[in-house]
Design a protein around this ligand. Structure first.
Ligand SMILES: Cc1cc2nc3c(=O)[nH]c(=O)nc-3n(C[C@H](O)[C@H](O)[C@H](O)COP(=O)(O)O)c2cc1C
Length: 509
């Protein structure tokens, strides 16, 4: 199902009883976080919130804020126009199974073909609602004050000059280094191949015209950036917000480098994405985006400290140097809704976004490792810290093959702890996994330490971006693994007795 704007998506949530409208003024500084955090901590993720009167330094912003719109399994499925994310994953898996791949590269080629099958390829159009209001800041300044002359504004085509300071950008947590755009879709291009990338990298507002650009070391845009630095060429960047909710989802999805996330978004929304060229650079953004912030990064400029920021990890990420982004234009819809999220101590909205990615990419993991039954990233592990995998084990040391295989697959490289369990264990039930983990392991024998790249947000590693990993084999041990004893049966009641008791006592246990 395709949504024509973020407002369209919010209206759909409203009709489905999935939205709470907040009509009182709420400050973008900390108060929206407190409100959203309480909602996100409700069982199942609570409701989406539309803050109709967000205030910036006490003044009501012209743009409402929508938050937690993807923060439940139901809303994630609704955003894809599906009954469940599992159903979407099944369909994608079936498309790819037409011809089983023989290698990881082949899997990626197949994924690209599968996505391409259904309206997925984006098409370029001349204009769109994201350009309802255009403010360019690339002309020479004739105005004193924080903003240079904005030609459209002077011509009267837009009544007010929106600056980053006019957007309801949140200051999320008390020790944050400032305001952060928390749901930005960032478009960059590989200067060598022309391949486009869409990634979600938070954006710290330094002032009206400059921001940080927090693409982490191992991310695709950071690789693009390094090539611009090597070439000494100015790097065009476009940040957009809103439009179809599949855009922010696709921006967070761990698509392989070189595969366009717009293909994934187009596939999921079942409608080709219309792209328009930016006003001040050659990048393209969705015509139906709510806001577009255009600009560039100058490789000649030194990096600048970004942060602190209350992060996914539940801790503040301390300042680290990142590139500086210069704004050359802001364009937006007349009726734009500002999309936001917050991250912090789990569970948060990102748990549902990450969970949907894992479900969607499960068929790809399974194509490379057919023994994998299911994978879960429990909320407590904030994405990569903790991974539970269930497998159909048929030969000795298979659990270790899976751990090492996963550590070698894209962003699974960040996984700190991988626990492998047998097929019948429900990996989405943390209590069940912990029971099998503690019951089925001899700690020294069943664990392996290794080293690798780590998430730069991990404050516990001695050095940034490198660290160790622990894999635990919590599967039933086989004689071929040196296990000499008999493995005892798990306690289970007879099916007939269960049925009889159920009949007599109903659901009472
Ligand atoms: C809410 C949210 C915020 C994120 N912020 C960042 C960020 O600031 N920097 C970053 O490198 N990754 C961030 N991520 C993770 C990336 O979006 C994710 O790794 C994505 O796959 C990167 O795209 P890429 O592989 O095209 O680089 C965030 C994810 C979510 C859900």
């Amino acid at each position: 199902m395709a949504f024509e704007s973020f407002r369209d998506w919010v209206d759909q949530l409203d009709r489905a009883g999935e939205l709470r409208r907040i009509t009182q003024p709420v400050a973008t500084e900390l108060e929206i976080t407190e409100l959203a955090d309480r909602e996100m901590k409700q069982p199942g993720g609570g409701k989406a919130l539309l803050i109709e009167k967000p205030t910036i330094n006490g003044v009501v912003s012209p743009f409402p804020v929508a938050i937690n719109t993807l923060g439940s399994h139901k809303r994630m499925a609704m955003s894809m126009g599906a009954e469940s994310v599992d159903a979407v994953a099944k369909e994608l898996g079936a498309l790819m199974k037409a011809k089983p791949p023989t290698s990881l590269r082949e899997t990626m080629r197949l994924l690209s073909l599968a996505l391409d099958l259904r309206h997925a390829r984006p098409k370029t159009v001349r204009s769109g609602p994201c350009k309802d209001v255009i403010h360019r800041y690339d002309a020479p300044s004739t105005r004193t004050g924080p903003w240079p002359a904005a030609p459209d504004w002077q011509k009267g085509t837009s009544p007010t000059p929106p600056t980053l300071a006019d957007l309801p950008i949140l200051k999320c947590w008390p020790l944050d280094g400032g305001r952060f755009i928390t749901l930005p879709c960032v478009v960059t291009r590989d200067p060598d191949t022309g391949d486009r990338n869409l990634g979600m990298y938070r954006v710290q507002v330094y002032d009206n015209r400059t921001t940080g650009m927090h693409w982490q070391l191992q991310k695709v845009a950071a690789r693009h950036g390094r090539r611009y630095y090597e070439k000494g060429e100015r790097m065009p960047v476009a940040i957009f917000l809103g439009g179809d909710p599949m855009f922010p989802f696709a921006a967070t999805a761990p698509m392989p480098d070189g595969l366009d996330e717009f293909l994934l978004a187009g596939y999921l929304r079942k409608k080709s994405i219309e792209l328009v060229k930016c006003e001040t650079n050659d990048l393209e953004v969705p015509a139906n985006a709510d806001f577009v912030i255009e600009g560039y990064i100058d490789p000649k400029e030194p990096l600048r400290d970004e942060g602190p920021f209350g992060d996914h990890t539940g801790y503040y990420t301390l300042p680290e140097p990142y590139p500086v982004f210069h704004v050359t234009a802001i364009t937006h819809r007349k009726d734009a809704v500002y999309p936001a999220t917050i991250v912090g101590i789990p569970p948060m909205e990102d748990f549902y976004i990450g969970g949907a990615s894992v479900k969607l990419f499960l068929p790809i993991f399974q194509m490379n490792f057919p023994e994998i039954v299911d994978i879960a990233l429990p909320a407590e592990g904030v994405f990569h810290n903790l991974v539970f995998v269930s497998i159909k084990k048929t030969y000795p040391m298979q659990a270790y093959k899976i751990m090492h295989g996963l550590w070698g697959m894209g962003q699974m490289m960040f996984s700190k702890y991988i626990v492998v369990v047998d097929a019948e264990v429900d990996v989405h039930n943390t209590s069940e996994v912990l029971f099998h983990l503690t019951a089925n392991t001899d700690p020294q024998r069943d664990s392996v330490f290794t080293k690798g790249p780590s998430d730069v947000l991990d404050h516990a590693t001695s050095e940034i971006a490198i660290g160790s990993k622990l894999g635990i084999d919590a599967t039933k041990k086989l004689p071929g693994e040196g296990f000499k004893r008999a493995w005892p049966p798990l306690i289970q009641m007879d099916a007939a007795v269960k049925a009889k008791v159920e009949q007599i006592f109903g659901t009472v246990r």
